[in-house]
Design a protein around this ligand. Structure first.
Ligand code: KG4
Ligand code: ZN
Length: 358
């Protein structure tokens, strides 16, 4: 069935990026297509850096301040007249950060007589590959999808775009969180993932043989907190000891240059990537998947992308990942998720839900 083109305005404020987009959506559920016309992002990273992580109340304050500015810079009156819907993230995420986005969307919706649709941030990540792969939608199912972000690490099996089930997820830290915590132990600034990747570029990934947690287990779950503990003990120079004592040792060492920091970073990164790639490969084989979809902020990691691409190719599956601008949090992906969920007839309360699941 052919459906008319729709213009969707989208708003995302679930963490530390204020984002607004305008996306032309068409094709219906059979073959959804997206053309990102405008994609505005204001990053709060500089504001949170001195605290070593995202501070919810600062995030809220900055979203309140920046959203009206970004919105008027990105969306014109003509866009508002042509749009059919406003999609706004209602979760998961930091609730104080979600509130200003939802309030703003409701106000703009009322003023312009536009319906407002509550959207799931994780669906946004999941569908972000569609923003830049207009033709790759054909023959991709069944598909295995990995969402790896700062708050989630989830492996899914998709039979269709809106027909999926969870195969597994992390039992403790998310992959992005593991990168962020490891980076902190290596005295790198927030957000740790990209900083750790930069440092790892000049390092030897075989320098330390970190554990690959759960790699030999039959399930599709992940675990990264043991890996972080291994890193901590390695930096401390012992494999035994008390966590608090070890933390103290790190704080003392943080001021001096850590020997082999690049090798440690490269070894840690390789261990995380191997854990993710091994479960993806296993799932592709077990379910005869025709594609592997990667998304979430950690999809910006070059090693992860190349290893997952190799994993997919080895199993004769297509590798699908968003283009760089759509890996980390953005609003264009929220328009894509809003379009698909809206067509599916999904309804969500316009209320922040920090723990909203897929
Ligand atoms: O999807 P995202 O922007 O926000 C959440 O929904 O959580 O993901 C952010 C996470 C952070 O943990 C960040 O360190 C990680 O993605 N990340 C990376 C890289 N770029 C971002 N991790 C590893 N390598 C990267 N290049
Ligand atoms: Zn995200």
């Amino acid at each position: 069935m052919k459906t008319a083109k729709e213009l969707i305005i989208s708003i995302e404020t679930s963490c530390d990026e204020t984002a607004v987009a305008l996306v032309e959506c068409s094709g219906g559920l059979e073959s959804p297509k997206f053309k990102v016309l405008k994609n505005g992002v204001f990053s709060q990273i500089a504001m949170h850096r001195e605290f070593g992580g995202v501070v919810p109340n600062i995030a809220k304050r900055e979203h309140e301040k920046m959203l009206p500015v970004l919105f008027s810079e990105t969306i014109s009156d003509a866009d508002l007249k042509k749009a059919s819907l406003i999609a706004v993230t209602v979760g998961p995420g930091l609730e104080p950060a979600l509130w200003p986005g939802i309030e703003f969307a409701v106000r703009i919706g009322k003023e312009n007589k536009l319906p407002v649709f509550g959207t799931n941030h994780l669906k946004g990540h999941l569908y972000s590959f569609l923003l830049s792969n207009p033709r790759s939608f054909k023959n991709i199912f069944p598909s295995v999808a990995l969402i790896a972000s700062g708050g989630h690490t989830i492996l899914l099996l998709l039979k269709g775009i809106e027909d999926f089930r969870k195969l597994g997820e992390t039992r403790d830290d998310a992959a992005g969180e593991a990168f962020d915590k490891a980076a902190r132990l290596l005295s790198l600034p927030y957000p740790g993932g990209p900083e750790l990747e930069k440092l790892a570029t000049s390092g030897d990934p075989s320098f330390i043989d970190f554990p690959r947690p759960m790699i030999h287990q039959k399930n599709y779950d992940f675990s990264f907190s043991g890996l972080k503990t291994s890193l901590l003990y390695h930096i401390k120079g012992t494999h035994k000891g008390d966590w608090k004592e070890a933390n103290h040792a790190i704080a003392v060492r943080a001021s001096s240059d850590m020997p082999h920091a690049a090798d440690i970073a490269a070894s840690f990164q390789k261990a995380v990537v191997d854990s993710l790639a091994s479960k993806c490969g296993k799932a592709i084989r077990e379910f005869g998947a025709k594609s592997l979809i990667l998304s979430g902020g950690v999809a910006a990691n070059t090693l992860l992308r190349s290893e997952l691409e190799k994993t997919a190719l080895k199993e004769k599956a297509k590798f699908l990942a968003p283009e760089w601008a759509f890996n980390t949090d953005n609003a264009a992906m929220i328009a894509a998720a809003g379009y698909i969920e809206h067509l599916k007839g999904k309804k969500r309360a316009l209320k922040a839900n920090g723990n909203l699941s897929l």
